[in-house]
Design a protein around this ligand. Structure first.
Ligand SMILES: [Zn+2]
Length: 306
């Protein structure tokens, strides 16, 4: 009996200890590439999840209740910003009843503030004008040069929420920055033959990659970002492709528009499907994703094997 009591007391003592796992901050990122950067920064000190899969278009996400549940438990919400998530995230934030992760809350971080934006508006615009990039182009995660500042921004924010691990978050951000500084010139060298190449893309998600790698998107299959193609616009795209001898159409894998296949058939241009983001759930890192991204784009190098 005494032995049993000792065991019971020992068990109770164990239960009374704060569980280290429960103390970890929970980070929820909207898109998987952002979650992957956050996971590199968080290491073992925070839990990270993503609301969107790389197979889902991040502009239009089905706001299922389980996503609100995930947000209700979050200590930090990471968003791309620039209205990328405005069509689906605000309702989930409200539904989560979590004050910290509302816009302006201490657990809300819009990472677009760390990026040198492209296509920032010079005059007031809104989505009613038929463009889903009213605040500037949100597809900056296609340019790895934008990621260092984002990683440090996440590290500082996590350090505020979890001061005990502030130094560890900064160290991990620095490790990612060092890796990127080594990889980026390698990727640039591999894709140098793409400079000046004229391409067509489905959606206007490439301005940052264009600026980084020097290729040029001469037409988009969407007449405006978020607006599906129409015959008159497709005729214009076909004309531009013939004029410039465009060898390929690039699109994120979450666009599987039949129009792109028709254009490919009519022009002989190949279709290059790029993953819509890091395969975060499978454990892929941002750097691994960029290796794949660069490997796919390398298929466009004239005469180069994939
Ligand atoms: Zn977009």
């Amino acid at each position: 009996m005494r032995a049993f009591l000792r065991l019971l007391l020992a068990l109770l003592a164990l239960l009374a200890l704060p569980s280290p796992a429960a103390a970890k901050p929970r980070v929820v990122a909207t898109v998987p590439s952002l979650a992957a950067v956050a996971r590199d920064v968080a290491g073992e000190d925070a839990e990270v999840s993503a609301l969107v899969l790389p197979t889902q278009d991040p502009h239009w996400v089905d706001a299922r209740p389980n996503l609100a549940l995930e947000l209700s438990r979050a200590d930090l919400l990471l968003v791309v910003g620039l209205d990328l998530e405005v069509g689906w995230l605000p309702n989930l934030q409200t539904g989560s009843r979590n004050a910290a992760i509302q816009r302006g809350g201490k657990g809300y971080l819009d990472v677009s503030q760390f990026v040198n934006l492209r296509e920032a508006p010079t005059a007031p615009v809104d989505r009613s004008q038929g463009d889903i990039h009213p605040g500037g182009n949100p597809h900056f995660l296609h340019d790895p040069r934008s990621v260092e500042a984002i990683a440090y921004g996440i590290a500082r924010k996590l350090g505020e929420l979890d001061p005990d691990h502030a130094a560890a978050y900064l160290t991990r951000a620095q490790t990612l920055a060092v890796t990127l500084a080594r990889k980026i010139p390698e990727w640039e060298a591999r894709l140098a033959p793409l400079r000046g190449m004229k391409l067509v893309a489905y959606h206007k998600s490439w301005p940052y990659a264009e600026a980084w790698l020097g290729f040029e998107i001469v037409e988009y299959v969407e007449p405006k970002p978020g607006i599906p193609p129409n015959p008159a616009h497709v005729a214009q795209v076909l004309g531009a492709m013939r004029r410039h001898g465009v060898p390929a159409i690039i699109e994120e894998a979450y666009y599987s528009d039949a129009t792109v296949e028709q254009i490919s058939e009519r022009t002989g241009a190949k279709i290059l499907r790029i993953p819509g983001g890091v395969h975060f759930v499978e454990g892929e890192t941002y750097v691994e994703h960029m290796e794949e991204f660069v490997g796919l784009l390398a298929q466009l190098v004239p005469g180069g094997a994939p």
